[in-house]
Design a protein around this ligand. Structure first.
Ligand code: FE
Ligand code: FE
Ligand code: ZN
Length: 276
């Protein structure tokens, strides 16, 4: 089963995203649970959610991958920012329960000078305050580029967060190919080795989704600038090898490449061709 889709906007509601993705030719998608720069969410219309659920079932969609806000920082040195992040996470996860059995991905955060160890501890503490055993959502930590004080730029840091979480079966990882490359992992020349390392440190069973992006920058740049498939430093051959790698088989692949609708439709079909 090939699961491919891209980021969509929830502006026109939930059911509209399902219809758009079917028109694009995909069978999964991601969306920002609120404006990526933060702010309030619109109230949910139950009929809209029901219509999306019916569409997903009818069209055989794979798990969806919601994305938490960039402004949500669970490990800021600023206590108000941390509290605000916890509120966002709590509300987002409540809302996710309306769409059970999907994935919610977020950036672990920036420790803003507190140090990685403190950051890791605060992220895990926040997760321990909101995760419940009866939740139907799996929460994914994203592999990050490691820019500035960003936490999650190494597999070891993700592992350390997971180790401190009580409801560990609710936690997984979203593997962002641009970020991982920018963090320094050589997905072009040593894909097997990188995934073996991921398995040793985190465990491949934690891998639940892929953000499928090329990178505008060289390996280890710690920049986090996404590029269209095959047009960046990863290149078409490496992107293809990633798409076909058994470690990623059956996972939802989400494109976060700089594209308009037509560009996304083209990339979705490219990936479907590679994987066919
Ligand atoms: Fe992300
Ligand atoms: Fe990403
Ligand atoms: Zn990114």
């Amino acid at each position: 089963m090939i699961l491919i889709g891209c980021h969509l906007s929830v502006t026109d509601g939930y059911a509209a995203m399902g219809k758009t993705m079917s028109r694009f030719g995909g069978n999964t998608f991601a969306w920002f649970t609120r404006n990526p720069r933060g702010g309030k969410t619109k109230p949910v219309i139950p009929e809209d959610i029901e219509a999306l659920r019916a569409h997903l079932k009818k069209e055989g969609f794979g798990p969806l991958v919601a994305h938490g806000s960039y402004t949500m920082n669970l490990c800021s040195a600023n206590a108000d920012t941390r509290a605000n992040g916890l509120d966002m996470l709590t509300q987002d996860l409540e809302r996710m329960e309306l769409l059970p059995d999907n994935l919610y991905n977020f950036h672990p955060g920036f420790h803003t000078g507190q140090g990685t160890e403190t950051g890791i501890r605060q992220i895990a503490e926040a997760l321990n305050r909101v995760l419940r055993q009866d939740m139907r959502t799996t929460i994914l930590l994203e592999t990050m580029a490691g820019k500035g004080s960003e936490v999650g730029g190494t597999f070891e840091e993700l592992r350390e967060i997971i180790d401190r979480v009580d409801c560990r079966d609710k936690i997984g990882v979203c593997f962002d190919t641009c970020h991982t490359w920018d963090a320094g992992y050589d997905l072009v020349n040593h894909l097997d080795g990188v995934l073996q390392h991921f398995d040793d440190v985190v465990g491949l069973s934690r891998l639940k989704a892929v953000h499928f992006n090329d990178s505008k920058n060289e390996r280890g740049s710690h920049k986090d600038r996404h590029e269209k498939l095959g047009q960046g430093y990863l290149g078409v051959d490496a992107m293809k090898r990633i798409a076909l790698h058994p470690a990623f088989a059956g996972l939802p692949f989400i494109l976060e490449t700089p594209n308009d609708d037509e560009g996304y439709i083209a990339e979705i079909h490219t990936v479907l061709d590679w994987m066919a």
